[in-house]
Design a protein around this ligand. Sequence first.
Ligand SMILES: CC(C)(COP(=O)(O)OP(=O)(O)OC[C@H]1O[C@@H](n2cnc3c(N)ncnc32)[C@H](O)[C@@H]1OP(=O)(O)O)[C@@H](O)C(=O)NCCC(=O)NCCS
Length: 192
Amino acid sequence: MGIIVQKGNVSIREMEPTKQDFSIFLKWMTDPETMKFWDGMSIHFTYETVIKKYQEHQEEQVEQCIIEYDGAPIGYCQYCLLNAAYFEVPADEYARFVSDGELVYGIDIFIGEVHLRNRGIGTQSLSLLVSFLLKEKGADVILIDPKIHNTRAIRCYHKCGFEDYFIVPRRELQDGIYHDSLIMGIRKEYGN
Ligand SMILES: CC(C)(COP(=O)(O)OP(=O)(O)OC[C@H]1O[C@@H](n2cnc3c(N)ncnc32)[C@H](O)[C@@H]1OP(=O)(O)O)[C@@H](O)C(=O)NCCC(=O)NCCS
């Protein structure tokens, strides 16, 4: 299947419109241990809504990927091209970190298999995705937007080299509460 990047036990491949991928994604989207950090607990996914969401992402050119560990699906990540308006952040804050004409990717990630969290696999997976976007896709900047209370995710992103850029107050509505987002970024110069 379409592996985009692989290192050690971890590989990242394109999500396929198959029963296998839709079913595992549905399992994760109905697990409160994932949903409380993702779309929230008040969104109820079904097999049909998983397919609909997959198709919407395809239309929006959001690249959807499955993370595999030793060949088994364990998580999900996605990436897409961004600008300030699409990312729903203030243009002046964005312009402090991104210059006109730069290629900017936004990413999201989760490890769906809960027992595999806190073992370094998220850091391994995200580092792989970052190196793919910088080296293969020519990204100038990569942005990620954890809610400020998601301290584990923020720790993981710091370990991968992301820096804190700015906070956007009340940017994300989840389960009836508006949460602040921490916009974090990593530039192509990272590691050089
Ligand atoms: C966020 C996520 C992808 C990170 O992957 P992971 O494999 O669990 O992360 P890692 O094990 O590589 O690193 C986690 C780090 O956070 C630390 N950590 C764990 N719980 C923490 C907490 N509550 N607060 C702060 N740091 C915490 C770990 O100790 C580790 O740091 P260390 O290596 O310095 O000890 C994964 O936990 C996950 O899928 N979480 C649920 C969904 C989610 O939050 N997605 C992100 C949305 S922005």
